[in-house]
Design a protein around this ligand. Sequence first.
Ligand code: ADP
Length: 348
Amino acid sequence: MTRSRRIASNLRDLRNAASQLPDAVVLIDQQQQIRWFNHAAEALLGLRRPQDRGVLLQQRMAGSELAPWLRDGAHEPLNDATAPGQADSQLNVSMLPFGDHEQLLLARDISHLNRLEQIRRDFVANVSHELRTPLTVIHGYLELIDPEDVPELAPVLSEMRAQSKRMGQIVEDLLTLSRLETQHQVADERVPMASLLATVRKEAEALSQGRHRILLESTAEADLLGSPKDLHSALSNLVSNAVRYTPAGGSITIRWQREADGAVYSVSDTGFGIPATHLARLTERFYRISSSRSRDSGGTGLGLSIVKHVLNLHQAQLQIESAPGVGSTFACHFGHARLLTAGGSDEG
Ligand code: ADP
């Protein structure tokens, strides 16, 4: 075989391989026109050959979720877009630079993964729901037994009560997480921060029982816009962690302050701190640095997961800074769109 025939044959093989890929591949030239696409692009993106060759991709995708993404420059990958050629499929789409001035659009069908994720979510929600009633019954009966009537069983009874309470809390937290995961937006209600901060502080004092100094610095003079119940749960979770992971004698400072891009709610403690290697994974379900410390302090391992979901629903970011043996700061950054002048109107 001559050299040029070998190259031509290799090219054909490469093209055949690309055309059989399960992911959609579209080659776009400098003028944003479609130059080549594989079979999966026909199925997933609805492209037709030969008539779609030379057509502007953005024009061809008009009316689909890809159109605004392409118009804005397709810088970041687009997740969970409905497939233009297959309405019951979802795609993850990205644009890669290719050659000198060309680009490759890659689209992967993630419907199967989404279905598995849905099965996982339903399973967790159903199991939690099914456990709720038997746990309530067990807990109720345990509360009915007076330890003084059976002194020899008193320590056992107290342990059984504590554990059934803990299981109840895990089930409630799992149900909260399931609800937050399936929710895409929150009710836009005014959340008066003065009273929420006062409540969170009272809860911290009740949990600490005088073992810590608890300070509140509130200078933002802003209320939040969102779900009062979920924001209360997130903000109080951070305070409860600060109390539980700070030895007696330490201090905890709750702050609500303005910053350039909005306002920040933060909780600083002088507690055990967290080694840097754990920081990235702290918001995963059941992720704990020390499970015995978490368990002993009444934790379920789900608190920070809930915090992260609540903040996502409010387009807010969680930032964690910590040094072992020194303490930690958990900060929630809220944008202007989520702020209301305290007692006044929308700032966003
Ligand atoms: P848990 O119910 O175990 O407290 P969380 O999701 O609230 O679960 O927190 C996850 C882990 O992060 C905890 O087990 C603990 O190891 C660590 N952590 C959370 N907050 C703090 C804090 N303020 N100081 C030190 N460690 C913390």
